[in-house]
Design a protein around this ligand. Structure first.
Ligand SMILES: NC(=O)c1ccc[n+]([C@@H]2O[C@H](COP(=O)([O-])OP(=O)(O)OC[C@H]3O[C@@H](n4cnc5c(N)ncnc54)[C@H](OP(=O)(O)O)[C@@H]3O)[C@@H](O)[C@H]2O)c1
Length: 362
C-alpha cells in the first residue's frame, strides 16, 4: 500500500488558485470504526464552491459567483457557520471501493462498492444537528485517490452504474429527498421546482415523481429539452414574467401545493405568490441570491408552512441507496474530468451550461 497519493488541496478561502493539485499527500489512516476507500469518482457540488469563496459568511449578500467575496469573514465561512481549517480536501460525493477496515468496522465491506452518506454524525447522539458535519468540509473528502469514513456512513450499492454515474447522486439526491420529506410531499401534490436543470432540481423531479406527485420544472431555455426528458409534467422558463399565467397555461391551475426551491433571488416573491392556500415552501439553497423580499402577509394569511432543509437525518441515505439499486432514480452525468483538472471541472460547474452533475475521477 502506497503512503502518498494524488489529491487536490483547498489552501485558503478565495479564487480557484486556492485549489492546488499535489502528488505527495499522505494516504489517510482509518481510525477505530473507519474504513479506507479507494475513490472511483467524486461529484462536484456548490458547497465546495461556497466554502472556497466563503459565500456562507453573513458578510456576503450576493448570489454565488464562484469567485472570492470582499465582505466575507473567515470565522463564519463554512455551511455550519464556523471556520474551517486548511489545507482541506473537499469533495462530498464519493463513489468508490472499500480498500481496508479498522477495528470496529465489518471486514466484509472490503472490496465492496460504496457511496458515502455526506452527513458526519456523532453516532452516540446522531439526531443532534449541532454535532453534525459535512464530508469534505469538517473533514477531508473525495478529491483524492483515497478517503476515509466512519463505517456507518458507508452504504454498499449493488448497481451496473459506473463510478462516475454513482458519484452524481449523494449531495443532490439526499438534499432533494430531505426537502420532499420536510414538506411531506406525496401523491396529490403539485411541486414547482426552480433550478430544475441542476443537481438538486433534477433529483427533485425524479424523487417527487417517484412519490406520485405532479412536477413542474423551471429552467433556462437552452436546457428545456434535457429537463423535459427527466419527466416533469411541464417545463417553464427560468424566470417567467407572469408565473401564475405560465402555470395556468402549462397545467391548468395557477398555483401549486409545494415549492421546492434552491434558487431564491429576485424570483422569490413570485414563487411564494404561486403557493396555494395551506401550501408548503421548502428551501435548500439560494443560488440566485440569499436576501429576498418577503411579504409576511402572504405567509400568514395563506396559512403557508416554510421548512429550511440542510442536514438529512440518519436513514435518508439508506433510502436513497435503495432507490439507486432498484433503478427508481437515474444518474444525470454531464461531464467527467480527471482529478488533476478539478479547477477546469469547477469552472464548467460554475458556468452552469450543464444539466445534472459534473464528476472528477482520480
Ligand atoms: N442545503 C443543502 O444541504 C444543499 C445541498 C445541495 C445544494 N444546496 C444549494 O442549492 C443550490 C443549488 O444546488 P445544485 O447543486 O442543484 O446547483 P446546480 O447543479 O449548480 O444547479 C443550479 C441551477 O440553478 C439555476 N439557476 C437559476 N438562477 C440561477 C442563478 N442566478 N445563478 C446560477 N444558477 C441559477 C441554473 O439552472 P438554469 O440555468 O436552468 O436556470 C442552475 O443550473 C446551491 O445554492 C447549493 O449551494 C444546498
Amino acid at each position: 500500500m502506497t503512503e502518498t497519493m494524488r489529491a487536490v488541496l483547498l489552501t485558503d478561502h478565495g479564487d480557484l488558485d486556492k485549489l492546488v493539485y499535489r502528488e505527495d499527500v499522505p494516504v489517510p489512516v482509518p481510525g477505530p470504526g473507519e474504513v479506507l476507500i479507494r475513490v472511483g469518482a467524486c461529484g462536484l457540488n456548490n458547497t465546495d464552491v461556497n466554502t472556497r469563496t466563503a459565500w456562507y459568511s453573513k458578510g456576503v449578500s450576493d448570489a454565488t459567483t464562484g469567485g472570492g467575496f470582499d465582505g466575507a469573514e473567515d470565522d463564519d465561512a463554512s455551511w455550519g457557520g464556523a471556520a474551517i481549517t486548511f489545507p482541506r480536501i473537499q469533495g462530498a460525493d464519493v463513489a468508490g471501493r472499500v480498500e481496508a477496515v479498522s477495528d470496529g468496522a465489518d471486514p466484509g465491506l472490503i472490496g465492496k462498492r460504496v457511496l458515502i452518506d455526506t452527513w458526519l454524525r456523532d453516532w452516540d447522539d446522531p439526531m443532534n444537528l449541532d454535532k453534525t458535519g459535512y464530508f469534505g468540509s469538517e473533514c477531508d473528502g473525495g478529491y483524492a485517490e483515497f478517503t476515509k469514513a466512519d463505517h456507518r456512513n458507508v452504504h454498499v450499492v449493488e448497481s451496473d452504474l459506473s463510478d462516475a454515474e454513482l458519484a452524481t447522486f449523494a449531495t443532490s439526491s439526499i438534499t432533494a429527498e430531505n426537502m420532499l420529506n420536510r414538506a411531506n410531499v406525496g401523491a396529490g401534490d403539485v411541486v414547482l421546482i426552480p433550478g430544475a436543470s441542476g443537481g438538486v432540481g433534477s433529483a427533485l423531479i425524479q424523487l417527487a415523481n417517484r412519490r406520485g406527485a405532479r412536477t413542474v420544472a423551471m429552467c433556462g431555455a437552452d436546457k428545456a429539452d434535457q429537463v423535459r426528458a427527466i419527466g416533469p409534467e411541464a417545463v417553464l422558463p427560468r424566470a417567467p414574467e407572469d408565473l401564475k399565467g405560465a402555470l395556468r397555461n402549462a397545467i391548468g391551475r395557477d398555483t401549486v401545493t409545494v415549492v421546492a426551491d434552491v434558487v431564491g433571488g429576485a424570483l422569490w416573491p413570485s414563487l411564494i405568490d404561486a403557493i396555494a392556500r395551506g401550501g408548503r415552501y421548502t428551501c435548500a439553497g439560494a443560488i440566485a441570491g440569499p436576501i429576498v423580499e418577503f411579504d409576511l402577509r402572504t405567509f400568514y394569511l395563506r396559512d403557508l408552512t416554510f421548512t429550511g432543509t440542510t442536514i438529512a437525518p440518519p436513514g435518508v441515505f439508506a433510502d436513497l441507496a435503495g432507490y439507486i439499486e432498484r433503478g427508481e432514480i437515474r444518474p444525470l452525468l454531464a461531464e467527467t474530468f480527471p482529478l488533476e483538472r478539478l479547477v477546469e471541472a469547477q469552472e464548467a460547474f460554475i458556468a452552469k451550461r450543464h444539466v445534472g452533475n459534473i464528476v472528477v475521477v482520480p
